[in-house]
Structure formats: structure tokens, C-alpha cells
Design a protein around this ligand. Structure first.
Ligand code: G6P
Ligand code: MG
Length: 216
């Protein structure tokens, strides 16, 4: 009876959360909106379109669809410019050994990300082949905290929700995992991710014994 290990991408597997932040900050600055790292926590795990709406709400700005589309394109182009030279080095410390250990133990691995840029990132970092299923921003209609992305991943792996584990760095993602009745594992600050069942500062704090305890 295999377990399904579902990973978020940005801020969990790769260190791209900082690039999303920089790109959004540029848009916000352009619009004269103050946008801090604390504000940015609300954007983590959230779709591109919703992220822009949150920033506009922060600045109490009403914009036309045309302007919004323009900013969304600008944000993504700026974000992608940070990824041009992306390689294995962008994988966060401790992640690769854990992915490999899960494989070694014959368990299932899926991606559950809101990003539409997920596949090229997995390709550039050379880990695409470790995934048994990929669900990303191109596949879902409801953004986290809606559990759709994780439910689809578990479905593709033919795994029951209660046999699925979710690694997440965002509040929205932890809430999505919890509402799907999956085991939520927060990666980051325990003050922010306190709704998670388990919390680790980063993957260097996760050892093989912990993964084994989840399997058995
Ligand atoms: C992830 C990130 C968000 C990002 C979203 C959409 O959930 O945490 O910061 O906005 O994906 O990503 P995309 O690459 O499609 O703009
Ligand atoms: Mg994330």
C-alpha cells in the first residue's frame, strides 16, 4: 500500500518564491502600492490572476481588464527572466535526497502546483523524471486553498486522500491539504504555517526516519 507524496513547487522544491516576489514587487512599485514580504505571504500558492487582484486590493486600485492583462504579461516575462539560467543549483537544500529516498522506498511522487511554469522548471532542474504525476496551474480551475490541485494529484496516483501527504510553503496550500483530509507538512516559518500537521524550517530538517514514519 503506497503513499502519495505530493509536493508544491515554488518555495518547496525550488527557490523561486523570491523571484515571484521580486516580479510582483516591481508591478506594485509601478502602481505606487506598498508591497512587503508580509503581504507576499498572501500570494504564495495563489494563482497569477488572483495574485494581481490581491495587490490591486491592497492599493485600492480598480483597473480595466486590459491593464490587468498587460501587468500579468509583464509579471510573467519578468519572472521568466530570472529562470533563464536555471539549473539543478536552484533546487532547495535537502530536497533531492528526500525525493530520491521516497523513490527508493517505492512510494509515489506527484507535483501539486498553482504555477503554469511548473514543467519547464522541472525540466531545467533535471527532476521531471522523478514525478509519477504532475498537476499544475494549467490543469486546475480552483486555486488553493481549494483542494482541487491535490485531489487531482491523488486521483492520478490512485491514492486515497488519507494516504496522501502534502509538502507546502504557503498558508493557502496547507489549508488546501487539510481540507482534502491529507497530511499537511509545512516548509517554512512555524508562526505562519501553524495550521500544518508537521512543520520544518526547510528540507535539511527532514530525515529518512521521518519519511519512513509516514510510510509505515
Ligand atoms: C505558485 C506560487 C505563486 C504563483 C503561482 C502561479 O503557487 O507560489 O507565487 O503566483 O504559483 O505561478 P505562475 O508561474 O503560473 O505565475
Ligand atoms: Mg509554494
Amino acid at each position: 500500500n503506497k503513499k502519495a507524496f505530493i509536493f508544491d513547487l515554488d518555495g518547496v522544491i525550488v527557490d523561486t518564491a523570491k523571484y515571484h516576489f521580486l516580479a510582483w514587487q516591481k508591478i506594485a512599485a509601478q502602481l505606487g502600492i506598498e508591497f512587503t514580504p508580509e503581504h507576499n505571504e498572501q500570494l504564495k500558492g495563489v494563482s497569477r490572476v488572483r495574485s494581481l487582484d490581491i495587490i490591486l486590493e491592497l492599493g485600492k486600485i480598480k483597473a480595466s481588464q486590459e491593464d490587468k492583462d498587460k501587468w500579468l504579461i509583464q509579471k510573467n516575462e519578468d519572472y521568466l527572466s530570472y529562470l533563464v539560467d536555471m539549473n539543478q543549483n536552484e533546487i532547495l537544500p535537502g530536497v533531492l535526497p528526500i525525493l530520491e529516498f521516497i523513490k527508493e522506498k517505492n512510494q509515489l511522487i506527484a507535483l501539486g502546483s498553482a504555477s503554469k511554469n511548473a514543467r519547464p522548471i522541472l525540466e531545467k532542474t533535471g527532476i521531471l523524471n522523478l514525478f509519477d504525476a504532475i498537476v499544475d496551474g494549467n490543469d486546475v480551475t480552483n486555486a488553493k486553498p481549494d483542494p482541487e490541485v491535490f485531489l487531482r494529484a491523488a486521483h492520478l496516483l490512485q491514492s486515497k486522500n488519507e494516504n496522501s501527504l502534502v509538502f507546502e510553503d504557503s498558508v493557502a496550500g496547507i489549508q488546501a491539504a487539510n481540507s482534502a483530509n491529507m497530511i499537511s507538512i509545512g516548509i517554512g516559518d512555524e508562526k505562519i504555517l501553524h495550521e500544518a500537521k508537521y512543520i520544518f524550517k526547510d528540507f535539511t530538517f527532514i530525515d529518512e526516519a521521518f519519511i519512513e514514519s509516514l510510510i509505515n
